[in-house]
Design a protein around this ligand. Sequence first.
Ligand SMILES: [Fe+2]
Length: 282
Amino acid sequence: MAIRFEDIKEHIGSRVVWDDRADIFSPEAARAIRAQVEARTVVVFPELHLTDAEQLAITEAMGERVRLTARNNVQNNDQDVYQVTLDEKINPQPEYVLGTFFWHMDGITVDMPPPFATLLSCRIAPAIGGETEFASTYAAYEGLPEEEKRALDGLKAVHSVRASLSPIADAIPEKHRERVLGIGLVKEHPLVWTHESGRKSLVIGTTADHIVGMDVPAGRAMLIRLQEWAAQPAFSLRHKWTKGDFVIWDNTGAMHRAIPYDKSTGRMMHRTSIAGTEAVAA
Ligand SMILES: [Fe+2]
């Protein structure tokens, strides 16, 4: 086999090992990597140093590339590569990036199936902070006691950008606060996603505002407990970025967040996304 995978933790994470860098770009490798992302949630390519063209090629070899965020970046040639940065000269909407400090799934409040995978290349690694954490919502569901699984059956949560930005809402300048909080749709999703594969995962994160038909305090408490459960060390992984690292994760089976960092670190990540093929279903 041209590329090999090593487990990082028992329930989450694989590291890719290769002899020849060119092997990563073969169609067989794309199939193997996609399968590994589905099986292990997070796949790390240490110091691969992809160009944007190479990142887009891998993205397209694994599925259909999709533009997740309306283009805000002004210093980029390809509209399907989103630059994740707090530098307002490049990204005039830093609030959107500050929201990534809290557990979330990408593309859960837009009118399409949630993206299958998110792909990030590290261009500038911060010395302090800026790690990305991943929590497997498959492992979290599978690890629940049977009676808790039964209690979640049939429940739905309401998701919105407003909910996900509520921890930082008062830090958004008032003049455009309402516009930012109003981004995206208000979407109802089953709390437990039964995928076409038959596997089940939790659909949680700060976008989840409340549970349909449940008192708001009780529903929020349940959502926060589930978030804490999924984030426990057994089900989660923290990646400390080195310049050139490339990470792909299964956005349909994981929450993620960035450890806070300051814009003076210059942290710069290039993001692409692969379209999802199934809507969240009970
Ligand atoms: Fe994200």
